[in-house]
Write a protein that binds this ligand. Structure first.
Ligand SMILES: *Cc1c(COP(=O)(O)O)cnc(C)c1O
Length: 474
């Protein structure tokens, strides 16, 4: 495929403007020193160029995208339409409050409904991503202990089944991370947890369902151990897709949470944003929340708190992502939200059930929204690795599952089908996985050559990440 600059032909264009009929004015020192180097093309060529580029990428609109821990589900177009209404897109954050009452109502109602879903009392929409929400939550916990002059609490307990961003966020907020291992059942080892807590425990950061796709059955005991030691409990709610409308982190004993609106609540995940990772908390932590929140009954206004940790982003975060989340929640309603969660769990278990006679499961029990396969044995017996299977899926038009994560399972493939896939799509994916397994046992060499149908086969992944070539030399 050619670069748009290579397709350019001098004099070609797509604007037909009449000759200038007013005197030309010089901008003096502000004038461009060099001619602007822009490609010259007809509108047809531009449209085809970008359509060709779009066709080379894979998204939920092209096919199945079972990327674990990412919730790559289909997001209803109606929510995009609502978010593109002029009244939402044509506003300015410094506009007088009486002119944006509708938008403030969106913020207030979205906060109320998400608090209802999570069992929290207040929420800030400032954080722009999941990890950003975690960092904000860590700052809340820190501010809480500091407000009580309890300054010896410097340690944050993070189980090894937590998402990788959890220990990073805790460390960024200045805590010392204490790792607690999982038992053979994939849940937090309670004995090890009891040994880890003390009067220096600031809190616990837990991902539930955890990164192996399991709901920790000891959750109430876990939060009690932390509270008894004087710590607070943080819930990584990025994976709320499996539990929304069914159980609430607030009822499990958690004090602070974040959500990923750009996973569960109708904003596509990926592509670099905009996202939203709102941070919610219980009553006693509300004064520490960042930024301002919409308050009032008849007339709403944005109100901040003196004890606030300050801003973590300008104004009220990525507002249009909140609009989409609200639209999604209101269209699904009290019945639709838990039904979506149940279907996400059903789809994951359906796929797991139809693959587990061939592929070893890291934890062979009922999973939540995703499951982890352990390809260690397959690799040992045939030489075909998790990477080979992932690459082979590309030739079936399927985006690979998450690879080599979570770290506690070697040769891991983590599959999250989501609730928006039909049984037919799941059956096709199951068939693809089964055929690849057969190829692995007969001729693993063939899998090392995959993918064969994509534009780029097997790049040097480390080099591509460390030294990306993002600019063409012309
Ligand atoms: C995706 C995810 C995150 C991070 O979210 P970002 O928006 O990518 O920062 C954190 N925790 C869990 C469990 C996740 O799945």
């Amino acid at each position: 495929m050619k670069l748009i600059f290579e397709e350019s032909r001098e004099g070609r264009g797509c604007s037909i403007l009449p000759p200038c009929d007013v005197p030309e004015v010089s901008l003096g020192e502000y004038e461009r020193k060099q001619e602007l180097h822009l490609p010259e093309l007809a509108e047809t060529d531009i449209s085809r160029h970008y359509t060709k580029l779009a066709n080379r990428t894979h998204g939920v609109n092209n096919g199945f995208y079972p990327l674990g821990s990412c919730t790559m589900k289909y997001n209803p177009k109606v929510n995009e339409e609502i978010a593109s209404l002029k009244g939402f897109t044509g506003i300015h954050p410094l506009q007088p409050e009486h002119t944006v009452q509708g938008c403030l109502k969106v913020l207030k109602l979205a906060e109320e409904l998400l608090c209802e879903i999570t069992g929290m009392d207040g929420m800030s929409f400032q954080p722009a991503a999941g990890a950003h929400g975690e960092f904000t939550g860590m700052l809340l916990i820190k501010a809480y202990h500091e407000s009580r002059n309890d300054t010896k609490r410097t340690k944050m307990i993070v189980p090894d089944s937590a998402h990788g961003t959890n220990p990073a966020s805790a460390a960024m907020a200045g805590f010392t991370v204490v790792n607690v291992p999982s038992g053979s059942d994939g849940c937090v080892d309670l004995e090890k947890l009891r040994e880890a807590v003390g009067d220096d425990t600031a809190g616990l950061m837990l991902t539930n369902p955890n990164t192996v796709g399991l709901f920790d059955k000891n959750i109430l005991e876990i939060t009690e151990i932390i509270h008894k030691a004087g710590g607070l409990c943080y819930y990584d709610g990025a994976n709320l897709n499996a539990v929304m409308g069914l159980v609430r982190p607030g009822d499990m004993g958690f004090d602070v949470i974040h959500l990923n609106l750009h996973k569960t609540f109708s904003t596509p995940h990926g592509g670099g944003g905009p996202g939203s990772g709102p941070c919610g908390c219980k009553d006693f932590l509300i004064p520490f929340l960042p930024g301002k929140r919409a308050e009032g009954e008849e007339v709403l206004s944005l109100v901040g708190s003196e004890k606030s940790i300050g801003n973590v982003k300008a104004f009220y975060g990525n507002f249009l992502v909140v609009v989409k989340a609200l639209s999604y929640i209101l269209t699904l309603g009290r019945e639709g939200i838990p039904e979506a969660a149940k279907n996400a769990v059903l789809n994951a278990n359906y796929m797991m059930y139809h693959l587990k006679d061939l592929y070893d499961m890291a934890y062979d029990e009922i999973c939540m929204h995703e499951f982890v396969m352990d390809l260690g044995r397959l690799k040992k017996e045939t030489g075909a690795s998790a990477m080979d299977v992932a690459k082979a899926l590309l030739d079936y038009g399927i985006h690979p599952p998450t690879m080599y994560f979570p770290l506690i399972v070697h040769e891991a493939l983590m599959v999250e089908p989501t609730e928006t896939e039909s049984r037919e799509t799941l059956d096709e994916a199951i068939q693809a996985f089964r055929e690849i397994y057969e190829t692995a046992t007969k001729n693993a060499e063939e899998l090392h050559q995959c993918p064969k149908t994509t534009t780029i086969g097997r790049p040097d992944e480390v080099k591509a990440a460390r030294h990306p070539v993002l600019r063409a030399e012309l």
